[in-house]
Ligand binder design. Structure first.
Ligand code: FAD
Length: 385
């Protein structure tokens, strides 16, 4: 008998500590930074200093020695406190995991301690304008020139480039054929000559911007390559399941925040001499949202546990991301409805969650691509593309 759904005292203490820290900043701080073009550096630094950013990274490199179970708890609790730090999805989860597993000793030493304590941040760049969801068609090419690599191409929708010290860029080797993804991962400093970044105007109220990037023969030292180019696919996927779990945690945090606001409001607002939450027209959809959140959370925990156990987490991580994104979209929509006109005001901070709650239906992998994955891998249905 080993099946146990109790998180245990240590994880509960982690949740409580992160919730306390996030609560000291809260949604007001987060939205103020976002709306004024400010940054959440102070929060990021404090989360890092407390050891929460690096909970998943190896202890010998300054991390907490835990895994995705711990890291996803940190992001979920920060989100529930009103501060969903999007860069946690990429910096410690994708970049930290990939460098921790496949980096050289020197790369680990250079990056992991600073990713863990938050003194450095790393973004992740795979998406390209023409390839979109079809990463096999990426055209950013790495060419060897003596001891150096030369990177040429472009990326789009890359988050937090202005906050990041470096990016983990997915390119392909110059000798790869068209349509075959032979990915190679490079650490590229954000101030590298030849790299230009343009901020994309977005409707998401969040301090992290999205950027279009141009790599115009960016020259990189030989040791910018992470891992071995012949094992690029495995190395890339080692980072993508953690990314899905963190996207799920991001959504769960947003969903919980929306539900907290909705239920507080529904308990107190009266227009017929009774709290509006007594009307089943509001109570039932809120209860349904709560069930969806709990189900998504269970799948997120399972996916995180599978990753940490070294087991195949593909279906679980995709399912968690799908379920959490749906739960967040439904919860935010219902929270707005519950607030009536106030739902669209700035004061209540509910409509502010709208675009944010839709991000996970699109990124890092869209709802449709996940459904295709499950149809193909779990239902053995033919590929559609
Ligand atoms: C806020 C935000 C932050 C992001 N941050 C990053 C980042 O840091 N790094 C990074 O590399 N990328 C990032 N992305 C990019 C994100 O991963 C992509 O937007 C996503 O993978 C979808 O690609 P696309 O936008 O090109 O859409 P497209 O691929 O053009 O898809 C458009 C629509 O078509 C559907 N579609 C496509 N193919 C199929 C199919 N075969 N079957 C059914 N439907 C299909 C999609 O599901 C979608 O609904 C971010 C995106 C956003 C919005």
């Amino acid at each position: 008998m080993t099946l146990d759904f109790d998180e245990g005292d240590e994880l509960r203490a982690l949740r409580a500590a992160v919730a306390e820290l996030g609560g000291r900043y809260g949604q007001t701080y987060f939205l103020e930074q976002a709306r004024s073009g400010g940054r959440t550096d102070a929060l990021w630094a404090e989360v890092g200093k407390a050891g929460f950013l690096g909970v998943n990274l190896p202890e010998e490199y300054g991390g907490g020695g835990g895994g995705m179970v711990e890291l996803s708890i940190v992001l979920e609790e920060l989100g529930a406190a009103g501060c969903p730090l999007l860069m946690m999805v990429v910096s410690p989860a994708i970049c930290g995991t990939v460098i921790g597993r496949f980096g050289t000793a020197e790369q680990k030493q250079r990056w992991l301690p600073s990713l863990a304590d938050g003194s450095k941040t790393m973004g992740f760049a795979i998406t390209e304008p023409d390839a979109g969801s079809n990463s096999h068609e990426i055209t950013t090419v790495a060419r060897r020139d003596g001891d150096e690599w030369v990177l040429r191409g472009q990326k789009v929708w890359i988050s937090g480039v202005d906050q990041a010290d470096a990016l983990l860029v997915v390119g392909k080797m110059a000798d790869s054929g068209k349509g075959t993804l032979r990915p190679a991962l490079f650490v590229v400093p954000t101030d590298a000559p030849g790299l230009t970044a343009h901020r994309i105007p977005m409707e998401i109220i969040s301090p992290e911007g999205q950027f279009q990037l141009f790599f115009d023969d960016v020259r990189l030292p030989g040791d910018a390559l992470v891992g071995h180019p012949d094992q690029g696919i495995a190395q890339l996927f080692a980072g993508l399941n953690p990314e899905r779990v963190m996207a799920a945690a991001y959504s769960l945090g947003v969903a919980r925040l929306a539900m907290r606001k909705a239920t507080e409001y529904a308990r107190t607002r009266q227009v017929w001499g009774t709290p509006i939450g007594a009307h089943q027209g509001l109570a039932h959809p809120l209860a349904a949202c709560q069930i969806e959140i709990e189900l998504a959370r269970l799948m997120t925990q399972k996916a995180a546990w599978l990753i940490d156990s070294g087991a195949d987490a593909g279906t679980a991580a995709n399912s968690a991301k799908y379920a959490a994104a749906e739960a967040a979209a439904h919860a935010v929509d219902q929270a707005i409805q519950t607030h009536g006109g106030n739902g669209l005001s700035q004061e209540y901070g509910v409509a502010a969650l709208l675009a944010m709650s839709r991000v996970s239906r699109i990124a890092p992998v869209s709802r449709e691509m996940i459904l295709s994955f499950v149809a193909q891998h779990d239902l053995q249905l033919p590929r559609s593309y």
